[in-house]
Design a protein around this ligand. Structure first.
Ligand SMILES: Nc1ncnc2c1ncn2[C@@H]1O[C@H](COP(=O)(O)OP(=O)(O)OP(=O)(O)O)[C@@H](O)[C@H]1O
Length: 320
């Protein structure tokens, strides 16, 4: 299988006041065309950094210390600025958490959508694109300024713009986190339906495990800047092999039967300043062996699932 996105041994550091923070610590990921992928993990696990790295959108404070990001056969880290802009324009779409912030406050919506379209962006095309994201009264929306829209409407406009050129890959960084729960499902429906119609691959960075299980074929679990488990969303979330995935699943309300206590993951996720010595999850892992805090775990691949755990070989076929 040729991969649309291939990330190998990616290490990204952020310069900060007290030194540097390692956000990605040897992340590995390969994604095929047309996949729907949910990337999950606690805050600080590196999801946003990974998503930004795919489009060469890392902020100025970030340095790629090692590794490669190949998107549609282009090594993103070595592209010239104009090549990178072309890659983003032609092949990538981004949706962020704060829809209003991603729109220009001084420009009417219609004009902004027209600018996102290929060619001259005629009025009829603008209205068609606003209809595609199921906005009622597109003519009125086109005349509005961003501050006149609700959060859900603004996110639909942002989706229309991100999908205007029918991108090969859509990177959606917690696109519904700022919305009410009912609107969330509607916005996710719009994203996933449109992407399926166009054939766009989705990379959805999310905290919402049940929604990922429902909508994505594949799940990627991140911890301490590495992908610790990936595979079919149903298989991984129904029967996690990595102790971290297992803890994450048990921390979801609804994952436990009525009357049972919700298990929170004890301890805090790490803030790395360099390479983790062993497994970054070892200090919080109930099953850690002595080797876990000193040796970095290798990737174990079994039944189309990749697991980064010293125990993985023993977990095959075993529900945790
Ligand atoms: N601009 C920045 N400057 C310094 N450190 C940063 C910056 N952006 C991210 N980090 C740090 O890098 C690590 C990974 O952050 P990242 O935002 O990629 O994680 P995340 O999983 O997306 O978190 P969240 O779910 O909260 O968005 C964290 O320790 C974070 O504090």
């Amino acid at each position: 299988m040729t991969h649309l996105v291939r990330i190998e041994d990616l290490v990204v550091d952020y310069a900060s006041g007290d030194g540097s923070v390692r956000a990605l610590d040897g992340a590995e990921l390969a994604i095929g065309a047309g996949e729907t992928v949910g990337i999950v993990g606690e805050s600080g696990s590196g999801k946003s950094t990974l998503g930004a790295a795919v489009g060469g959108l890392l902020p100025g404070a970030a340095t790629v210390a090692r590794g490669s990001v190949v998107v549609a056969d282009h090594e993103v880290n070595t592209l010239r600025p104009n090549e990178l802009r072309a890659l983003r324009r032609e092949r990538l779409g981004y949706i962020f958490q704060e829809p209003i912030g991603s729109l220009d406050p001084t420009m009417r919506i219609g004009k902004q959508v027209a600018l996102a379209l290929p060619g001259s962006g005629r009025r009829a095309d603008v209205l068609t694109h606003l209809e595609r994201v199921r906005l009622a009264d597109p003519a009125r929306v086109a005349k509005a300024y961003p501050h006149q829209l609700s959060g859900g409407m603004a996110q639909r406009v942002a989706i229309a713009m991100a999908m205007a050129r029918e991108p090969e890959i859509l990177i959606a960084d917690e696109p519904t986190a700022a919305l009410d729960s009912q609107i969330r499902a509607e916005v996710l429906d719009v994203i996933f339906t449109l992407a399926a119609e166009i054939g766009t691959t989705i990379l959805w960075l999310s905290h919402d495990l049940p929604a990922v299980a429902k909508r994505c074929r594949r799940v990627v679990v991140m911890y301490g800047g590495r992908v610790v488990e990936s595979g079919s969303a149903h298989a991984v979330l129904d029967m996690p092999w990595h102790p971290y995935t297992s803890a994450l699943v048990r921390a979801v309300p609804g994952a436990v039967a009525e009357g049972e206590r919700l298990v929170s993951i004890k301890g805090q996720p790490p803030v790395l300043t360099g390479a983790a010595e062993g497994c970054a999850f070892a200090p919080r892992c109930p099953d850690a062996l002595s080797t876990c805090s000193v040796d970095r775990p290798p990737v174990v691949s079994v039944h189309e699932r990749d697991v980064l755990c010293h125990l993985a070989g023993q977990q095959v076929g075993v529900s945790r």
